[in-house]
Structures are given as C-alpha cells and as structure tokens.
Design a protein around this ligand. Structure first.
Ligand SMILES: Cc1cc2nc3c(=O)[nH]c(=O)nc-3n(C[C@H](O)[C@H](O)[C@H](O)COP(=O)(O)O)c2cc1C
Length: 209
C-alpha cells in the first residue's frame, strides 16, 4: 500500500494517529518519576526519550502541548529540578501502560498502578522499585517546538543504576537480559532480542558483502 500526502490526510482521525505514531519504528519505553514541591509523587509513561549527547550526558523527551492540559510531570520537573527515568520490563508492562490514564490530581500513579517508589540519598525524585535500570536526571533546558506546540525537555544524567549482568565489555548494555520492552505506536509492546554487535564502522574495514 502506498500512501500519498492526500491519502494520509484523508485517513480516519484515530487511524492516522496510530499509523503515524508507528512509522518511526520501535521506540524506547520509560516511566518518568517526579514529585511536586509538597512531595506528591507522579509517574507517567513516555516513549519519546532520546539520547542527545554523552558529555555532558544529556537525554531529552518530547512533551505534548501543555498549554491547555495540565502536565504533572512537567510541572513537577520545573518545581523540583529533578526527575527519574525508569526502564520498563516485560513483567510490569501492563502496569506501566496504565500510568498514562488521567488520574485526579491527588492520586499517585504509583499506587493506582501497583508500582512502588524507591529513593536514593540526596535525590528528591522517586524511582520505580520494579525497574532494574534507573536514571536520576537534573533538569537543564526546555526547547519549545512552535510547529506543533510540543516541547523538548532536556535533563542531565546525575546517577545511573545498571545491573551488572546487563553490562558488557566496553560499556555496552544488553537490555534483553532485563527483558526491556519496546513500543510501536501508542499501545503495542515488543520484546527485545540482541541480534548483532558490530565494531565502529570505517570505510577501510568494510566486510565483503
Ligand atoms: C505508550 C505511551 C507513550 C507515551 N509517550 C508520551 C510522550 O513521549 N510524551 C508525552 O507528552 N506524553 C506521552 N504519553 C502520554 C502520557 O503518558 C500521559 O499524558 C500522562 O497522563 C502524562 O502524565 P502527567 O500529566 O502526570 O505528566 C504516552 C502515553 C503512552 C500510553
């Protein structure tokens, strides 16, 4: 099936959202943990986390328009300056998915979805106890994208908890060992399988294809 620009524009609203959300391929799945200034915790699933650079260690995520709809994650990040990123594994993927529901202000997604808070000394944002790969980040910058009123929110990694069995030589990680999941669209989750590892690609070291 070939879709022209006109075909895409004519797709039924929901179908278009799902299709365009899926075409970029498999996305990472993270739970962002935050707390308000008064200590109320919040947890939400995000699929737009992206690596921005290693030195300093910067990660960003895309926040949907927040001008009309309240986004607790973003409000908390601005209020406290910190947030956590927690990988999602196969055994709690369903609980992670439901953190996206619009709960009333006073309800913490941790309790509502059967996930547990964990804390590290000197770091105000909550980690997810069930997650084996946890990152603590300090908020650095927001870059508005006027084209669709989304925002790129950037944080710097302050601490990382990574199980030894995931670590491979040279700092590589095999995320299949903790059953990390990937996402297509907004609701289809995939298991990971590591299938290859190649050296840094140099023209003079090209294999014979
Ligand atoms: C699989 C999945 C991925 C999502 N990814 C994002 C995302 O990258 N950015 C975003 O703003 N919202 C994303 N959402 C929606 C948020 O999870 C949802 O709006 C959540 O209620 C935000 O919580 P908050 O208002 O407590 O910040 C995603 C939802 C699902 C189900």
């Amino acid at each position: 099936m070939y879709y022209s620009k006109a075909d895409l524009a004519q797709l039924e609203h929901r179908e278009r959202i799902n299709l365009i959300n899926s075409v970029s391929g498999i996305k990472p799945v993270n739970l962002i943990g935050t707390a308000s200034a008064s200590g109320a915790t919040n947890l939400a699933i995000f699929s737009s986390v992206v690596h921005l650079g290693s030195n300093p260690a910067l990660l960003g995520f895309i926040l949907r328009p927040h001008q009309e709809v309240r986004r607790h994650t973003y409000e908390n990040i601005l209020a406290t300056g910190v947030f956590t990123l927690n990988h999602v594994h196969r055994d709690f993927v369903q609980r992670a998915h439901y953190t996206s529901a619009k709960f009333p202000d006073e309800v913490s997604e941790f309790a509502a979805c059967g996930l547990h808070e964990a804390y590290r000394e000197g770091f105000a944002a909550p980690f997810v106890r069930e997650s084996q790969l946890q990152l603590g980040l300090r908020y650095r910058e927001s870059i508005p994208i006027p084209l669709n009123r989304t925002t790129l929110v950037i944080g710097e990694v302050e601490n990382a908890t990574i199980p030894d069995r995931v670590r491979e030589e040279g700092g590589h990680l095999d995320l299949s060992r903790v059953d990390d999941v990937g996402l297509s669209g907004m609701n289809s989750y995939y298991a990971l399988e590591k299938i290859a590892q190649f050296p840094y690609a140099r023209p003079e070291e090209l294999p014979l294809f």
